[in-house]
Design a protein around this ligand. Structure first.
Ligand SMILES: Cc1cc2nc3c(=O)[nH]c(=O)nc-3n(C[C@H](O)[C@H](O)[C@H](O)COP(=O)(O)OP(=O)(O)OC[C@H]3O[C@@H](n4cnc5c(N)ncnc54)[C@H](O)[C@@H]3O)c2cc1C
Length: 420
């Protein structure tokens, strides 16, 4: 096996494959090694639709061998550490591999231990998550007969920050269609202060919450689940506002116990697990204080090692962790590596924090949040070609984009190195 590459990429997910493909398009003779242990590549954005019973899970998976670009050497292994001063990545079985340029893109991992009882709740099927098993989410939603349907998310950064609320809207829509709305409380509890950070999107979502009659609970940070009693415990994170938490009718049966702790009984519980950078990244000298990969926010170059780049979920970027963000990050990384190879000093530092969140608000309806580091709403002008003039409003054409067009573009263009 070759142990020296011009470009070494860690991770064969969205970021790793798109970077490899675009690099090969620029120079087919470039020697690229890609470290990736998995046999399957997943299109995770469609898991929200799988969880709502409107997309087949098997359509979200393809063999890794089919998506790794031709001419890229697949090192089927786990990266375990870095010796960045000597341009070396260590691996579980393959030992040391050298590089001229390194792209770090192993995504993130779930840390179930950060919410007491979460692992047990998921293992027993008392809780479900589109992040771990979207087919089971649909089983739970489909079989629900009424009661408290609780949807929540942790205090850590998560991939696709909108995913925990999307499935709540789809579930609410399903309960309405099934006519069990009147004996159901759909509750969306989040540690955040608002439903969404981008103003025009927030306005639409506030109406969506009202229309479904959902209970929106800001400042709720989940920290414990009792799988036997089916109770989830939250810490209320807004100081001085504890008295306001429980509404007068308290139809959802909340209890305030002890020091700002809220107990909420549930009949179904969906949540995003707490998320961190992978251990081998967290324990390296490549990370920020918060444990994510320390890269420049605009050029994606490592802040300490000039020949290392990082992108995707692992990167310490103050924007939403999504595949859509990666679509805009990849060309920046690729151009910078190509320039460095030619010993050019000009830097592409044009990544503006672009990320987007396709907020499915019901079956056949969606709004598209597109934004930058400053939280500005920046809709793609190309949407007009699809006759979508207000992507901050619910639209069925946006649903078509999510369900049909984006998966097509992902498998056939983005993973093939086309900068769409
Ligand atoms: C439920 C859900 C809904 C989502 N919805 C959307 C959406 O609507 N729109 C959107 O744009 N994004 C969405 N996302 C987010 C999107 O899928 C991720 O942001 C994106 O996949 C991240 O790409 P990545 O390459 O950084 O990580 P990943 O795609 O997760 O890939 C990481 C790869 O690294 C590999 N790896 C891990 N450890 C190692 C190691 N030690 N050595 C080598 N390789 C390693 C893994 O096997 C994996 O293949 C969603 C995600 C989920 C879970």
């Amino acid at each position: 096996m070759k142990t020296n590459f011009e470009v070494l990429i860690i991770g064969g997910g969205t970021a790793g494959i798109m970077t490899a493909a675009q690099l090969k398009k620029k120079d087919k003779n470039l020697s690229i090694g890609l470290i990736e242990p998995g046999d399957t590549h997943y299109y995770q954005p469609a898991w929200t639709l799988v969880g709502a019973g409107t997309y087949k899970f098997k359509k979200t998976a393809k063999p890794m061998a089919d998506v790794i670009p031709k001419g890229v050497e697949w090192i089927k292994d786990y990266a375990t550490g870095f010796d960045a001063a000597n341009n070396i990545v260590t691996n579980k079985q393959s030992g040391e591999i050298n590089y001229d340029y390194l792209v770090v893109a192993p995504g993130l991992v779930y840390d179930f231990s950060l919410i007491e009882g979460l692992k047990e709740a998921l293992d027993k099927g008392v809780a479900c998550s589109n992040y771990t098993d979207p087919e089971y989410t649909w089983e739970v939603i489909r079989n629900f007969k009424g009661g408290n349907a609780v949807f929540t998310q942790p205090t850590t950064p998560i991939k696709c920050g909108g995913a925990p609320q999307k499935i709540a809207y789809l579930a609410a829509d399903h309960f309405k269609k099934k006519k069990i709305k009147d004996n159901t409380n759909v509750i969306f509890a989040t540690p955040g202060s608002v439903i969404f950070g981008v103003k025009p999107i927030r306005e639409t979502l506030t109406k969506v919450l009202d229309n479904y009659g959902m209970h929106f609970k800001p400042f709720y940070a989940p920290f414990k689940i009792d799988p036997d009693k089916k109770i989830i415990y939250f810490r209320h994170t807004a100081e001085g506002e504890n008295q306001c938490v429980i509404t007068e009718d308290n139809s959802i049966g909340e209890k305030m116990t002890g020091d700002a702790v809220i107990e909420l009984p549930f009949d179904i519980l969906h949540l995003a697990p707490p998320q961190t950078a992978p251990k081998f990244v967290k324990e390296s000298d490549l990370v920020t204080e918060t444990g994510w990969l320390d890269v420049d926010h605009h050029s994606l170059q490592h802040n300490k090692y000039a020949n290392i780049f990082g992108l995707g979920d692992v990167a310490a970027l103050p924007t939403a962790k999504t595949g859509a963000a990666i679509r805009k990050q990849v060309p920046v990384v690729v151009k910078n590596i190509m320039m460095l190879r030619k010993q050019q000093q000009a830097w592409v530092n044009s990544y503006n924090g672009y990320s987007s969140c396709p907020l499915v608000t019901g079956y056949g309806k969606m709004v598209l949040a597109e934004f930058d580091y400053d939280g500005n709403f920046i809709p793609d002008p190309k949407l007009k070609r699809m006759l979508i003039f207000r992507s901050d409003k619910q639209h069925w054409r946006l649903w078509l984009l999510k369900k049909f067009m984006l998966p097509y573009l992902y498998w056939n263009k983005m993973l093939k190195g086309v900068d769409v």
